[in-house]
Design a protein around this ligand. Structure first.
Ligand SMILES: [Zn+2]
Length: 252
């Protein structure tokens, strides 16, 4: 048996024995769905300047620049479909082997795949929100406004600025989601980490905290992370392939 098959077998056994399983995902799980990894070469940040939350609030030109980027990305998001890795995590939840799922992604693909308990640390691109009164719209409605040439849409209730319901640079992390994420990490005995290089705090510390609380870690990521030495099983292979075989093994 080669080392890959051995690692799959070990993971399947860990999943079968686990009482509570949590998962954490980053951009790497969605690249197989055609979603750009913002930080990779040729990614969004190579093509667009980062507009901080403070700039967005302070200047019309910054809001126009920001919405121009989101308007272009809308089509990439609209065409993206959940891939084998998303579907495998949804299947794990369905068979009672995944209790909660924390994601750094804003693409909504976990929900599309069928996961119901998703903690979105960085918000979602599928909705827009008034920065003043908090009114929420489906992103399609705002896209229609952007298409008319208005790249600085305002709220019809309070005239506040409308912003995608994502956490921008310079914007504080959602406290409720962070607390839920730590709870999700603390209460599990097996923690799956998929597609994150664990570079961004505080998200990166979540697997470390799960480990500290006694959970075993399984990492599925193309590149090294600062916490690889904590993982019981480590995969560099494609997330779709690994998770697909994992779930098949658990169901067998
Ligand atoms: Zn408003």
């Amino acid at each position: 048996m080669d080392s890959y098959a051995r690692r799959i077998e070990e993971t399947v056994n860990l999943l079968k024995d686990a009482k509570k399983v949590s998962a954490f995902t980053g951009a790497g799980i969605s690249t197989e769905s055609g979603i750009s990894d913002f930080r990779s070469p040729g990614g969004v940040w190579d093509r667009y300047r980062i507009v901080t939350y403070q700039e967005f609030l302070a200047s019309h030109d910054a809001r126009v620049e920001y919405w121009k980027m989101k308007k272009e990305l809308f089509y990439e998001m609209k065409d993206a479909r959940s891939n084998k890795a998303h579907l495998a995590l949804a299947e794990l939840e369905k068979i009672g082997k995944l209790d909660c799922l924390i994601t750094q992604n804003i693409d909504g693909l976990h929900q599309e795949a069928g996961n119901t308990n998703v903690i979105e640390l960085h918000g979602t691109n599928r909705k827009a929100k008034c920065v003043m009164c908090g009114k929420i719209w489906p992103i399609e409605e705002i896209q229609t406004i952007l298409e008319t040439g208005n790249l600085d849409p305002h709220c019809d209730v309070c005239n506040g600025f409308i912003k995608p319901a994502t956490i921008s640079f310079g914007q504080s992390m959602p406290e409720k989601e962070i607390l839920k994420a730590y709870e999700c990490a603390f209460k599990c005995d097996l923690f799956l980490m998929i597609g994150s290089s664990l570079q961004v705090e505080p998200a990166a510390s979540i697997p470390r905290e799960a480990h500290r609380a006694g959970a075993k870690l399984i990492f599925v990521n193309r590149t090294e992370t600062p916490y690889d030495s904590l993982a019981t099983v480590l995969f560099r292979e494609s997330a779709g392939q690994v998770l697909g075989e994992m779930v098949e093994g658990v169901k067998r």
